[in-house]
Structure formats: C-alpha cells, structure tokens
Write a protein that binds this ligand. Structure first.
Ligand code: JFZ
Length: 421
C-alpha cells in the first residue's frame, strides 16, 4: 500500500503535493562571498564585520525576477533567511538597528519579496536563526566567532540569555504578525547549551501556533514538529521517526555553501539536480533547493542556468512530481530507475536515470498496466510480457517488458508514464 506520514499539528497537505521549493540565503555574507559562516570561520570581530553592513547596497534587487525564476523552475514555495547566524535582519524590525533599512540600501527587503512570491502563487516560508553572533546578550561559546577571544568569553558574565530569548520571541512575533499568512517557519538550529531550554522551545511553539494556525514548523528547536529536514544528503529511504514515516524535506545547495560563494566550483549539473528532486519524491519527500543571491541583489548566472534547466524538464514532467509520492510496495523500481506515484490518478512514473538498450524489464508489473507512454511527448511505449524470441531470454513470467526507442529521448531524465489497470 501507499505509505502515509504521521499527522502533525501543522497543515502539510499542500506541502506534500507541491514537493519543490526555493531556499534563499541572503545577508551581509553575500559581500565577502565566501560562505555564510565566514564570520565564524575567520573569527571576525563585530568591529571588522561592520564593513559589510556599511557597504550593503543591493541596487539590482528585483524580487519579481527572483520569483519568476523560481516559478519558472517549477518551485511552489520559498523559504528565506529573515536573519541568519550573523544576526543581520532583512526586515525593518523594531527590536534591532542591525537591519537592511540602516544599510546604504535603506529599505526593507522582506515585504517586497513576500509580495513578489505570492504574486507567483507561491507559499511563503521564513528561515529564522536561533543562533545570533551579533546580539549583545547572546553568550560566546565554542560555536561563536569570538570563541578564542578571552575578553569576549569573560563578557559572558554580563550577558543575559533571557534577554536574548525575549528578542527571539519578539522577532518571531513580528514575522508572524506583519507579513500576512506565513506557511512555513524554519528555525535553525540547536545544540548542547543552545537549545530548547535557552529558547524555551515549548512556549515558543505555542506562540507560533497561536499566531499562525496551520503553519508548518521544522525540527530544529529540539522538539520535532511537522517536518524533518535532512541537510546536504539524500536519505536512502522514506525518513522515519520511531519507525514511522514522517513528512520530510531535503535541503540542498547548488554548490556547497548556502550564502553566495563566488569562487566555489562544485556546482551540481541540471541533470544531477533533477535526479535529486525525483529521488526525494520517490521516497515521499520534498526538495528545498537553495540560491545565495549576490550583494548586488541578483541570482548569479550559474543559479539562473540551473533553475532554467530544471524548468525545461519540469515543463514536461511536472505531473510525475506534483501530487506524487513513493510507489506502493508491490512496485519496485528497476535498475537505474526511480518510481513516483500519484494515488489520485493511479499513474506510476518510471524515471530512467540511465537509458538502457531497448528493453526495460519491470518485475512484478505483468498484468497491472493498461497503457504506457513517454511523458515528454506522449508517444506510446509498447508493452510485452515474456518475449517469445531467443527463448524469452532471461525474462520471468511476472515481468512486464517495455520496448524503448534505441535513442534516449532528448530530455534530462526521461519518464515513462504507466496507467495502472
Ligand atoms: C544550518 C546553517 O548553519 C547553515 O548555514 C544553513 O543555514 C543550513 C540550512 O542550516 O546548517 C547546519 C545546521 C546544523 C548543523 C550543521 C549545519 N549541525 O548540527 O551539525
């Protein structure tokens, strides 16, 4: 049978249909352009990091263009860093001066973004960092940029994490009351000493649910909520908690870092990215794919190239993604393939990662398929049982054999649509 994830408080009904979202990591770290953790990695003091605040001026920022690029790729929701670990805020928060409106740019970045993505019918998600390397009351520990600075560590005695918690709650309240319906809140992250006690996660979750009933909450407050968020890896099977399948979303980068990283050369290909999206859906999950916009406010050419390439594929294959999930157990994917399944239309999709020579053998499918076609051009794929020539070579009785064209169709990943009986 088809697997159903364990129900939770948030409304995940749209989320498990939409499957594909855009992550945006944008902040001052776009200027050093060498990782969103640069302040930490290079142990940069506030006074030295200040130069990025003084020079932040994304004059080419055009959120309508971002939203169009995302929608064109087939993405249905987005999640943007309202604040990352560096502490800089994209919106005009009343609780800090460390925000976009006080940079040379001088304007709120978040409202126009939310409007632009909503105009593309995309759902709205906020990533919000629990960690804060700028707030005066946030204590210096082993994960802090000033971890090796004795004076900074000594300063902990004067700090009050309770005040930081009020700031965290207060900003959460701003984000959940000032931007209309927020569909996802993606807190990040917790560890020993900076976790549910410090954030008072239980109360925070209550407040969030009261302000935005139905909102989807992630799993990084040290109390699991609606979704699990495997990061930078593809799970080998449907993600489970206590042995039960849950709603999950893999988050992935184009090139390794989340913030804009000019010199990174490890960009994934369109082909690889499309396969990652398929792979997630074939295991009942989503893909949240990240762009790190530049300090001028643009998606760089490599990101635009990948988004356009994915859109080219999605244009013809979206129906093997939206509304789809893992195939029922009785259908096992053949070698080099992934299966997805739409339980409403009862169509099964065979995604062929490596194009075989003319025959694709589907063990256990015999007698179950009414019609088969290539999804990209709706051309019929002929079906056979056991071939009667060459002694049926080595094909067993329960096997359905598809007769494929010799040449791989001219698409990134060809998909065969099977109409079940
Ligand atoms: C976190 C962030 O630190 C990172 O910058 C990015 O925003 C990503 C989506 O989320 O990444 C993590 C979080 C936790 C761990 C490692 C990376 N961890 O616990 O090892």
């Amino acid at each position: 049978m088809t697997l159903h994830p364990v129900p939770t408080d948030g409304d995940t009904s749209w989320f498990v249909r939409d499957r594909f979202g855009l992550f945006i990591h944008w902040g001052l770290y776009a200027l050093p352009a060498r990782h969103e953790w640069v302040k930490n990695q290079e142990r940069i003091a506030d006074a030295d990091y200040e130069k990025y605040f003084r020079h932040f001026d994304p004059d080419l920022y055009d959120p309508a263009a971002w939203a169009a690029a995302a929608a064109g790729a087939g993405m249905k929701y987005f999640v943007v860093t309202t604040k990352h670990h560096e502490g800089f805020c994209l919106w005009d928060s009343e609780l800090t001066d460390y925000k976009a409106t006080n940079t040379p740019y001088g304007k709120d970045l978040l409202h126009p973004m939310v409007d632009a993505f909503r105009a593309q019918n995309m759902k709205v998600g906020f990533y919000h960092s629990l960690i804060d390397w700028h707030h005066p009351d946030y204590t210096v520990d082993h994960v802090h940029p000033m971890r090796d600075n004795e004076a900074a560590r000594a300063g902990n005695a004067q700090k009050d994490m309770g005040r930081y918690r009020e700031y965290l709650w207060g900003q959460s309240r701003e984000l959940l009351t000032g931007f209309g319906k927020v569909d996802i809140l993606w807190y990040d992250f917790s560890y020993e000493g900076k976790g549910k006690e410090q954030w008072q996660s239980e109360g925070l979750i209550q407040m969030v649910r009261q302000l935005q009933p139905g909102i989807i909450l992630n799993d990084r407050l040290q109390i699991d909520q609606d979704i699990k968020t495997p990061e930078q890896y593809q799970p080998r099977e449907w993600v489970k908690v206590d042995g039960k399948p849950v709603v999950w979303e893999a988050c992935q980068t184009f090139s390794g870092s989340w913030g804009y990283y000019r010199d990174e050369e490890s960009w994934k290909s369109v082909d690889q990215l499309v396969r990652m999206l398929i792979d997630s859906v074939s295991k009942g999950g989503n893909l949240l794919l990240n762009v790190g916009p530049t300090g001028r406010g643009e998606f760089d050419y490599r990101a635009l190239d990948r988004l356009a390439g994915m859109g080219e594929w999605m244009k013809r294959h979206a129906r093997s993604i939206y509304g789809c999930t893992q195939a029922p157990d009785e259908f096992q994917a053949p070698q080099d393939c992934r299966l997805t399944y739409n339980p409403e239309t009862r169509r099964l999709y065979v995604h062929v990662f490596a194009w075989p020579f003319v025959e694709l053998h589907l063990d256990g499918f015999a007698g179950k398929v009414e019609y088969a076609q290539l999804l990209n051009d709706a051309s019929e794929i002929k079906m056979e049982g056991r071939p009667d020539w060459q002694g049926g070579h080595d094909v067993g009785a329960g096997t359905l054999t598809l007769r494929l064209p010799v040449k791989k169709p001219n698409v990134t990943v060809p998909v065969i649509e099977l109409f079940l009986k």
